[in-house]
Write a protein that binds this ligand. Sequence first.
Ligand code: NAD
Ligand code: G3P
Length: 397
Amino acid sequence: MTPAFELEGETATTHHTNSANNGANDNQIGFKSRVSVIGSGSWGSVAAKLVAFNTLNLSSFHDEVKMWVFEETLQSGEKLTDAINRTNENIKYLPGIKLGKNVIADPDLDNAQEDVHFVYGHDVYIQLKMQTCWFLSPPHQFIDNICKSLVGKVRSDAEAISLIKGMEVKIEGPCLISTYISEQLGINCSVLMGANLANEIAEEKFSEATVGYRNNREIAEQWVQLFTTPYFMVTPVQDVEGVELCGTLKNVVAIAAGFVDGLDMGNNMKAAIIKFGLREMRDFCKLLFSSVKDDTFFESCGVADVITTCFGGRNRKVAEAFAKNGGKRSFDELEAEMLQGQKLQGVPTAREVYEVLRHWGLLELFPLFATVHEICSGCLPPSAIVIYSEKKPRLPV
Ligand SMILES: NC(=O)c1ccc[n+]([C@@H]2O[C@H](COP(=O)([O-])OP(=O)(O)OC[C@H]3O[C@@H](n4cnc5c(N)ncnc54)[C@H](O)[C@@H]3O)[C@@H](O)[C@H]2O)c1
Ligand SMILES: O=P(O)(O)OC[C@H](O)CO
């Protein structure tokens, strides 16, 4: 389509609405969607890179991708945001990778939704169905505060996608992060999970991912379009709960795999852990949501993510060090030393899963999940990943 006018320095597809008509021509306007990334860790930065590549080429999106940064001061004294905008690299969480000139780091969460005012009142659904897209990628322990500071500021027809692998545990039970975001912000939230080690995708090595959506296939297709690149293949699956829980629970299995590595128990044992882990993942998912589909476990978010995390992830790596030290150095200490600001999700998730299972009196049915938490919290030694008290096999063999 030939652009008819210049809007804010970018091309738009139809004619302009000026402030005097105040949206009178809304129905004829092909507005562009704007993408904001909330979170700028290693994965948030890679996700920004993927999306920024696509917004440059998709006429229905603004070129610029704003990336919210949890501000910090680097050892050099420079603010992380300034360093990202100066170098076009996240020099702390993803050094050496250019994000794309159209990625703009911003420490002010309010700015992630500033354009909402620009388009307010326009009937954006006519052509786009999606005016402002967000995706949220901070570690799950921080989502609570982030959502609270966004409450009331996000227009209700914005679309979100969560890349967060984790869950919230409330008194009344577990709550998926996507559900939490939907409830807090009043917007629809899809999820993207998969076998996605950020450093590999940053180097443009091939990877697959799964978009989990609730019922709007058209929105799912837009997310697929936004994320897909020649080296990143995305498949939509109508099973948001299954996709998200797979991404969440595999981190607990990865901790177990790390213990096995730290104890030098071999690949066959690790394969057994993966098998037991997948079984508990499936049972936990189905316990929470009977709607979860078996096929979801065979997508990238399922078995593929378990494998890649159990061999190449940070949870595995730190758990290996924990076991090598006989559990004498805490996960917090090892995480700070080994990951320099990056965050593990497996340890808090193991605790959350344990709380849920204990609340329901189901710990015995999930011996792997239960044991992982008991080891992480220092109640059991790392070797208990195989042998529990009195040398009874703890795994369901
Ligand atoms: N890194 C990966 O390979 C990868 C891949 C897929 C999914 N994920 C998931 O993405 C999510 C984010 O992980 P990541 O790897 O991008 O992060 P990270 O571990 O690389 O970085 C930690 C992030 O936490 C932020 N942070 C620290 N304190 C904070 C606070 N008080 N409030 C808000 N933010 C704070 C830091 O600024 C940084 O952006 C996790 O749920 C993770 O499981 C990660
Ligand atoms: O490095 P981890 O263990 O946090 O895992 C990263 C991703 O979730 C792998 O898909």
